[in-house]
Design a protein around this ligand. Structure first.
Ligand code: M6R
Length: 611
């Protein structure tokens, strides 16, 4: 949520900052800005709109921007609407200090009042501006010391990058709660919210640890804690290649990522299934004694990751015979859940930086629970704070709406369920062999369902003006239906309700009338007849019904449906995962037909680092 980038080096900072911002645009895109320093002057441009608008504005500047250091920002508004005065960077009174920030300063009103009493004048509605004035108020201390003091005084989540007119060639970053990474180049260095900002220039990176300040110069990087104690974060090599963060011939990242799902799942499973078909997940720390010591599992997640958690509940309960509760992260710690050292809390988050999920996990850690992270981002906050890490290995997901990360979460959580079942002694490896085989076939099955793209395009063309959609399912098909509805809402801006099919008769059926389209996900064979009855009830009230159903037992006459979307018949629990793919494609096509920006839907941000 909000992207920040900093550069110091011999090349024109303008190009590196704009390029970095374009790659971070998925984090927020309502306004953007940059500031570049050269010869004792700081020059800044800010614009409402996307990075392309900022690029145009920079190109239209009467004089070129020759500077070789600076910072940039792409915003997802929290405090104050997207306007030029609210766009970052924010300055102090003397226009000497420029700050870009990701996160929320929770005590900003108090700080602002204090600073105003001391004569500071503010020009934006943002919380961020207090940081610039606070640094000014601290007077002639080093910029690193000033940033450390800002981190000490500001409550909330912050990642910031700061330049000061009197400190040429220096960008200072600070991290407390929000992510910040360093890109180490040769004779140049980068600071950013996320790796894609500099991946085209260097693959050597460091994660800035929590509560640290970093001084970035062209030839050095110095990391200190909030009291000046120096430390050296481990340098890592970025494993993704640059192409992974490009569109690779597809018109959008979203379509590319939907089509990458088979390879992504193959990467998730790679090396994690033994020659005898047994799950190999011991390296995560989920060993026999640990698995046997778990009485109860709590899953915490948001959005699409929450739907993965809901689906995983079926796998964990059915196979590992452990009770599972699934909570929205933003609700979890406010309901006083009863946790102890025999509780396993699984935090699912593709980014590993979602503030709600981090809050839930930190609460669980405080209660003494064991915590597992399911995440796509190596070294993310969630990964670093959890006892056990399950890496989904989907590669970078740039489209704001989740696709391949969801499917890989599902594959990994199912494997985790089977692993836990064996480690707990409630399933033998031979009994797990069937579900493991089904998981292994998932990449091929995903290729098959991707073949439904044209069919989903036809449907989207026919229903471009439909205003009301329902997505229904039972058991494991219910979270698949919820995911279908979420994709349609976020990509196409169409009202879409996901509902448990059996629950419709208890109220929402009142909304069914001619013109309403109902997608029914019916992959759970145990419940197929009941699901068909529920869909008949929708059809009887004038709804147009589309059923996603496996091939076995599929006699179209028996299905109370206007249309049938055929899915491969598959083992328990896999079918619902497959059903999500045509629903992703339907939402994608409908949004494209409407001319909407599928990679960056309105009002959203990829990584939600605020509560
Ligand atoms: O990074 P996370 O998995 O924690 O993100 C959770 C949600 O913010 C995310 O799934 C969101 O709902 C996406 N827009 C879904 O497409």
């Amino acid at each position: 949520m909000c992207g920040i980038v900093g550069y110091v080096g011999p090349r024109p900072a303008q190009d590196l900052l704009l390029g970095g911002l374009a790659r971070l645009e998925y984090r927020g895109y309502d306004s953007a800005g940059l500031v570049i320093g050269e010869n004792g002057v700081l020059r800044s441009v800010r614009r409402v709109g996307k990075i392309a608008d900022l690029m145009e504005a920079v190109a239209r500047e009467p004089e070129s921007f020759p500077g070789s250091y600076g910072v940039g920002h792409t915003r997802w508004a929290t405090h104050g609407p997207p306007t030029v005065p609210n766009a970052h960077p924010h300055f102090d009174c003397a226009q000497e200090i420029a700050v870009v920030h990701n996160g929320i300063i929770e005590n900003w009103v108090e700080l602002k009042t204090w600073l105003e009493e001391r004569g500071h004048g503010f020009s934006s509605d943002t919380d961020t501006e207090v940081a610039a004035h606070l640094i000014e108020e601290l007077g002639p201390v080093s910029l690193a010391e000033a940033v450390a003091e800002v981190l000490r005084r500001c409550e909330g989540a912050l990642a910031m990058a700061v330049v000061r007119r009197s400190d040429p060639g220096l960008v200072v970053g600070g991290r407390k709660g929000s992510p910040l990474v360093i890109g180490r180049g040769s004779g140049e260095n980068f600071l950013a919210s996320d790796i894609p900002a500099f991946m085209a220039h260097t693959r050597r990176m460091m994660i800035v640890p929590e509560e640290r300040v970093v001084e970035v110069r062209s030839d050095s990087v110095r990391v200190t804690d909030l009291f000046g104690e120096e430390s050296e974060p481990e340098e890592r090599e970025v494993e993704w290649d640059v192409e992974a963060a490009e569109k690779g011939g597809y018109p959008t990242f979203m379509l590319k990522e939907i089509h990458e799902q088979p390879q992504a799942v193959a990467a998730t499973l790679l090396g994690r299934i033994g020659a005898g078909g047994e799950p190999l997940l011991e390296e995560t720390g989920l060993t026999g004694p640990v698995a046997k010591g778990i009485d109860k599992v709590f899953v915490v997640a948001c959005g699409t990751s929450y739907h993965a958690g809901m689906m995983a509940k079926y796998a964990l309960e059915r196979w590992a015979k452990v009770p599972v509760e699934v909570d929205l992260s933003s609700e979890f710690r406010y309901r006083d859940p009863v946790l102890d050292e025999r509780s396993l809390v699984i935090g699912i988050s593709q980014s590993g930086e979602t503030a709600d999920t981090l809050g839930a996990v930190r609460f669980a850690l405080d209660q003494g629970a064991r915590v597992a992270a399911v995440t796509n981002v190596v070294g993310s906050s969630l990964a670093r704070e959890a006892h056990m890490v399950f890496q989904t290995r989907a590669g970078p997901e740039i489209g704001v709406a989740a696709s391949k990360t969801f499917i890989t979460q599902m594959a990994l959580l199912q494997l985790m369920g089977l692993h836990m079942a064996i480690e707990r002694g409630v399933m033998t490896p031979a009994e797990a062999a069937g579900p493991v085989k089904a998981l292994r076939s998932l990449p091929d099955r995903l290729e098959e369902v991707l073949g439904l793209s044209d069919r989903m395009l036809e449907l989207a063309e026919g229903w471009r003006d439909v205003r009301d959609f329902f997505f229904l399912g039972r058991s494991v098909d219910y979270p698949a239906a919820l995911e279908g509805a979420l994709k349609l809402k976020e990509l196409s801006y169409v009202r879409a309700e996901g509902y448990a099919a059996g629950e419709m008769k208890h109220g929402p059926i009142a909304l069914i009338e001619p013109g309403v389209v109902v997608f029914g996900v019916a992959t759970d064979r145990r419940l197929r007849q009941k699901m068909f009855s529920n869909l008949s009830e929708m059809k009887a009230r004038g709804g147009t019904v589309v059923t996603l159903v496996g091939s076995e037992d599929r006699t179209e006459a028996a299905i109370p449906s206007d249309l049938v979307i055929p899915l491969p018949e598959d083992a328990d629990l896999i079918g619902a995962v497959l059903a999500v793919v045509p629903l992703q494609l339907f939402s994608y096509h409908l949004a494209t037909i409407k001319g909407l920006d599928v990679d960056q839907p309105r009002n959203l941000a990829k990584t939600v680092t605020v509560e």
